[in-house]
Design a protein around this ligand. Structure first.
Ligand SMILES: [Zn+2]
Length: 457
């Protein structure tokens, strides 16, 4: 009897967690519109699930194929003549490997180490430890609750609480659940702000009041640990429906893509009204409590001082994305200090490359990714008039994608920190720390960029 209970317990646990055994991930690069439509049809017909939100001609798409569909997929690929390559032969094996700590001893700070990925409880406990460690500098903050009632918890780092004119920065991690490198890098930044001796880090840490939230989608993040490693959205069940027409589990209809739910050009491009997709924008703008919590928090900060930074960390594809994401190349100047943001990001990307030769591309979404709308960083840029707002896509370029090995956590963090220091330096040189030059005219900015380019080189 005891054994029966024990075995039942095991069975329940195993059944609850989705396995990706035998799943394969292929790389496909459609060369023309016909090939592009062929790739889109593979997803529409339920043969595979794209890892990318959207695909384009000459874009390297990743498609995940379950074991039952592999033969059909290969037949279709071979008869179509579209080029493809297997990237991951057994997805579950790579998922398991990602859970294994890095063999090389890594640095840690208090109870948190960078040799592995950590669950939500560990991250939240660590934030509490930091508050205890730095009672005069760090305070705990909860911006709101998720659909399932979890706190969206963060910290405020303020070295000069008595300072009258505040300069404010905010960091958002893990809007998308499966992008585990995001909270790892955000937590590294927290550690650097509190412990680094680097003069560039000290300037950034001590002159800006930082509001840092490593996991703004806590339900989704927990779900990637307990049930489905590949989950992206939040866990709203409001729109539950059948997804069998797309060859998907009905669970796929749960959840809203939080980075399509913000009320700025909501549902205008690169977003879906189909709950069974990964880019489902929700029934209406700001339908989700997580998106509303971020928005309300940002609006609360807006009038407290000069709000100069908003960084949203995602993965993967190594990009610094500049607002706005719904416009095409001819519309870049809709963001009035686009040329400054471009300059700052290019300098950051150059710096990031120096350490390990990792390339980060810079531009608006339409240029380097695909147009999209309803994103947090665009909304923040527009509504709070934040000087410098970026969506940063971390490592890698698709070799592991969301399943980046823990051995890359520190290298990725180091190169991003290099970039942030440089970006802060250029932001300062451009005058964004001082009140009178918060909004520079495009002409001034252009002249200054040229002068800077000469000086800095
Ligand atoms: Zn993302």
């Amino acid at each position: 009897m005891k054994w029966f209970i024990f075995c039942s317990f095991i069975f329940i646990n195993v059944a609850a967690k989705r396995t990706f055994e035998g799943y394969k991930v292929y790389k496909i690069s459609p060369k023309n519109v016909n090939e592009l439509n062929f790739v889109k049809d593979l997803e529409r017909d339920g043969i595979g699930q794209l890892w990318d939100d959207q695909v384009n001609v000459d874009f390297e798409a990743r498609i995940m194929v379950k074991p039952d569909n592999v033969e059909n997929f290969l037949n279709k690929m071979d008869s179509s003549g579209v080029g493809y390559k297997v990237m991951i032969g057994d997805l579950q094996r790579v998922i398991n490997e990602q859970m294994q700590p890095n063999q090389i001893r890594s640095s840690s700070y208090l109870s948190y180490s960078w040799d592995r990925y950590h669950d939500l409880d560990t991250i939240y406990k660590w934030l509490d430890e930091i508050v205890e460690q730095y009672p005069n500098i760090v305070t705990s903050v909860v911006m709101g609750q998720s659909v399932e009632g979890r706190d969206i918890k963060g910290i405020v780092i303020n070295y000069k609480p008595e300072k009258e004119h505040k300069t404010i920065g905010m960091i958002e991690g893990t809007l998308h659940a499966r992008e585990w490198i995001s909270p790892a890098v955000v937590n590294w930044i927290v550690k650097e702000f509190l412990t680094s001796d680097d003069p560039g880090v000290r300037i950034m840490a001590e002159n800006i009041e930082w509001h840092i939230f490593p996991v703004v989608n806590p339900d989704g993040y927990v779900y990637t640990f307990t049930t489905n490693r590949m989950w992206r959205k939040n866990r709203s069940t409001y729109n539950f429906q059948s997804c069998s027409a797309f060859g998907l589990d009905d669970d796929m209809s749960n959840g809203i893509d939080l980075n399509r739910n913000f009320n700025f050009h909501w549902m205008s491009t690169g977003a879906s009204d189909n709950p069974c997709t990964n880019t489902y924008a929700g029934p209406s703008a700001f339908s989700e409590p997580e998106a509303r919590a971020i928005a309300n928090y940002v609006l609360g900060l807006k009038d407290q001082g000069r709000f100069i930074y908003y960084y949203g960390f995602h993965s993967y594809t190594q990009l610094f994305v500049i607002p706005y994401s719904h416009v095409n190349i001819s519309g870049v100047l809709e963001a009035d200090n686009y040329s400054d943001m471009y300059e700052i990001a290019v300098r950051g990307a150059e710096k990031a490359k120096e350490r390990y030769n990792t390339t980060y591309r810079v531009g608006i979404a339409a240029e380097i990714l695909y147009p999209m709308s309803g994103t947090s960083f665009d909304w923040v840029k527009h509504e709070a008039n934040v000087a410098v707002s970026y969506l940063i896509e971390l490592r890698d370029l698709g070799e592991y994608g969301f399943l980046l090995p823990p051995a890359q956590i520190i290298p990725n963090s180091l190169e991003i920190m290099d970039a942030l220091i440089e970006m802060d330096r250029v932001t300062r040189l451009l005058g964004y720390y001082s009140k009178s030059t918060l909004i520079l005219g495009s002409f001034n900015a252009l002249v200054l960029s040229i002068v800077l380019a000469i000086l800095i080189r």
